[in-house]
Design a protein around this ligand. Structure first.
Ligand code: AHR
Length: 555
């Protein structure tokens, strides 16, 4: 062995003319050679993920177009929970943190970039213990209550109806109000809607004007309760249906500007995950609905909890095994939607009732050292990839899934933004949502692909996922997720129905699946530019391991 290496070592000596260097003994040559071999191995190992590339073939027919990807599937959820609203959005007008009427400027300007179509508030479970009157009127007259659902902390109610509407206005979004069915009354909810939306001089409308807003507010969406089968009152489906009929009839949006086109959509409580019995009951009732009650949507709550309840996966400091299990678990969303749609199609074949996935996302264990009731978690590249897979699933179900709300917006669960006092950091999920903005209201273009599977331990996953869509200007957009954490993919796509000349966009990846952005290192996971080549109706593009890429085509 030693001898053989000795012989192989000879070429090394030819690298530098022997006249320019002291001559080496045989033993020294052997040592140097071993070092070089080791160096070579190390270089190869490090370069391996970049060198190895899988191939994938895609076909995109841009002459065909499917359902519209409703912009409302990019909705968000901001519950009065932990530091989601208080501190995350609301700091109060006297705060040293730059704000506009008490709402953080940094958070607002980041969210404006996402074109957030709607924001669901005040809950969640908290909605069924929220009493709107505590949160209106002069700041010093607000009624402080306890947030019994989330940690029993004092809720000052400084962020109430007017502040929420101001926030919605500042970020350019629409209000999705969840009304209290669990511990409120129909009258309380009807009064809230009248307070917010009446244009005529009713006593409640005058009170709103006296509180600073003479014009009626616009309420785009109204959720009638939340998880009424659990935290919203532990109701049976039949009991909830009787409540639904009453609330749907009496709780009215009175804003004249919302009479026809911008009509407020009413969303009934739907099931959690695979429960189809609840759906069946609601839809059976819906089948016989008349002029006196109606709904426009049915909600579905489906979190990714890879190890089951209670959530126990860490949000950072994990490896590719946990990553694969998590993605496998999130792909179940597709089955959940199919199961729900089968029931909806039976009772509502015309698809009048939208499926509204108004709580989704990864639910990890709370970060050590935080109040476990505040649901604080970090947000990694893995979470962004998970978000891309879910958004793609929603896009493929776009004819029925017309709205969704990721849980949640700031500092809670799979958040877009994390804050700590005056510090703010944008998460990988934030950047993912930003890359998907062009898909808002774009029409699905069919894309066929086959890239095989990648296997991690006992988990086998599709190597690649993709969606394509055409925006209102006719521009074609393509999204490609490479799930494989180790190998890049050389994509070759046949393009028909479009005379494309070039393709460019952005890709989101990072050194590791659990890479995160922190206050100190906020740019570990950020999108970077990427370009493909287009020749003779074929796109060629290399996508990096564990990445999300969005490109558009120039014609
Ligand atoms: O998003 C956190 C909680 O999860 C919501 O309040 C509740 O609706 C769900 O169970």
């Amino acid at each position: 062995m030693k001898k053989k290496l000795h012989g192989q070592g000879l070429p090394c000596r030819t690298l530098v003319p022997s006249s320019n260097r002291p001559s080496l003994s045989d033993n020294q040559v052997f040592v140097v050679f071993r070092f070089l071999i080791a160096l070579g191995f190390a270089a190869l190992t490090l370069a391996a993920p970049a060198l190895a590339a899988q191939k994938a073939h895609l076909s995109i027919d841009a002459s065909k177009s499917g359902a519209k990807i409703d912009r409302n599937i990019f909705g968000q959820f901001a519950e009065d929970l932990g530091h989601g609203v208080n501190e995350g959005i609301w700091v109060g007008p006297d705060s040293k943190i730059p704000n506009t009427r008490g709402i953080r400027n940094d958070v607002v300007s980041a969210l404006r970039e996402l074109k957030v179509p709607n924001v669901r508030w005040p809950g969640g479970c908290y909605a069924d213990e929220y009493h709107w009157r505590n949160g209106i009127g002069p700041a010093d007259k607000r009624i402080a209550t306890l947030n019994s659902t989330w940690g029993g902390v004092v809720e000052p109610n400084a962020f109430g109806t007017h502040e929420f509407m101001d926030f919605i206005n500042q970020i350019g979004s629409e209000a999705y109000i969840s009304i209290n069915v669990g511990s409120g009354t129909t009258k309380e909810a009807a009064d809230w809607l009248e307070y917010m939306t009446a244009a005529q001089a009713t006593t409640l409308a005058k009170e709103r004007a006296a509180n600073g807003h003479p014009a009626p507010f616009k309420v785009g969406f109204m959720g009638i309760g939340n998880e009424s089968w659990a935290c919203g009152g532990n109701m049976t489906a039949d009991y909830y249906i009787s409540q639904l009929k009453i609330y749907s009839h009496f709780v009215r949006n009175l804003n004249p500007a919302q009479r026809d086109k911008g009509r407020m959509l009413r969303i009934a409580v739907g099931p959690g995950d695979p429960d189809t019995q609840w759906t069946e009951a609601i839809m059976k009732a819906y089948q016989h609905h008349g002029w006196s009650w109606d709904i426009d949507g049915l909600s579905l709550h489906s979190y990714t909890v890879p190890t089951g309840w209670p959530p126990s996966t860490p949000s950072t400091g994990f490896g590719v095994d946990d990553y694969a299990k998590t993605l496998k678990s999130t792909l179940a969303m597709d089955d959940f939607l199919h199961q729900q749609e089968a029931v909806l199609d039976q009772y509502d074949p015309k698809k009048n009732v939208a499926l509204v996935v108004d709580e989704w996302g990864i639910w990890h264990a709370a970060l050590p050292g935080t109040n476990s009731q505040f649901l604080v978690q970090q947000n990694s590249l893995s979470d962004a990839i998970l978000a891309s897979l879910n958004l793609n699933i929603f896009a493929r179900h776009a004819d029925r899934v017309r709205m969704a709300n990721i849980a949640q917006m700031v500092n809670v669960l799979q958040a877009m933004i994390l804050t700590d006092q005056q510090k703010m950091v944008l998460t990988p999920t934030y950047y993912l949502f930003k890359m998907y903005v062009p898909f808002q209201d774009a029409s699905v273009v069919p894309v066929a692909f086959d890239a095989g599977n990648y296997t991690q331990g006992s988990v086998s996953l599709p190597r690649l996922d993709a969606i394509a869509a055409k925006d209102a200007t006719g521009k074609l957009w393509l999204e490609i997720t490479n799930l494989d954490p180790a190998e890049s993919i050389e994509v070759e796509a046949d393009l028909s129905g479009i005379a494309a000349k070039s393709a460019k966009g952005e890709t989101l990846t990072a050194p590791a699946v659990d890479s995160i952005n922190t206050f100190e290192t906020p740019r570990t996971v950020v999108p970077k530019p990427v370009a493909g080549t287009v020749h003779d109706g074929k796109l060629t593009l290399t996508v990096e391991p564990k990445s999300v890429t969005v490109i558009s085509f120039e014609q």
